[in-house]
Ligand binder design. Sequence first.
Ligand code: TMP
Length: 208
Amino acid sequence: MKFNNRGLFISFEGPEASGKSTQIKLLQKFFKNKKIPYILTREPGGTPVSEKLRKIILDKKQLISNTEEILLLMSSRLNHINTVIKPALKNGKIVITDRFADSTFVYQGFVNNYGLKKTMNLHKELLNDFLPSKTFLFLLSVGEINKRLKKRKITNKYDKIDTLFHSRVISGYKKLSKNNKRFIKINAELKVDMIHETVLKSIKELLK
Ligand code: TMP
């Protein structure tokens, strides 16, 4: 397969325990095998500054308001875009990120009630509406999320077993992705290799 080195920005999104990280690892293997130039990054994080901010943002004991959290996320994202994402795209690499702006729209804008539109407007104003070309959105039922979370160690403040919270996250993603061609919706309850096949099919299409 040929890759024309034009750079491509792709994000993976979804609620907790949606299996996106597993799928990113599989996709990484594919890029390595095919010698396709790529970088893998994540949010919050992706740069030394943003990884420090991640600790503050996701700390269960840190007392910050929703607005303060949004501003930290936006500054962390701007640092990520300017120092990692844009340079990699300029070098013709594929950039895969585990979460990006849609997470802020959903978690802080919709779930934490800052306002979906208001958060999107802030992103437009501060980050010049910089968005991925395509977003794989992993969707699963709240029952399945809770079942999966029970088997893992809780690591951040949103990793909680809370049915109402996860239902809101799911509703937020559904609202955000409705009639939006940027999103490729994935049934995250299917088997890992079936999901990988679906992701690969879309990636190959994008690389044509
Ligand atoms: P993850 O790395 O396991 O996906 O966890 C990151 C957590 O951060 C997840 O619970 C969602 C949350 N988050 C936000 O609330 N807003 C954001 O903008 C981002 C990028 C993540």
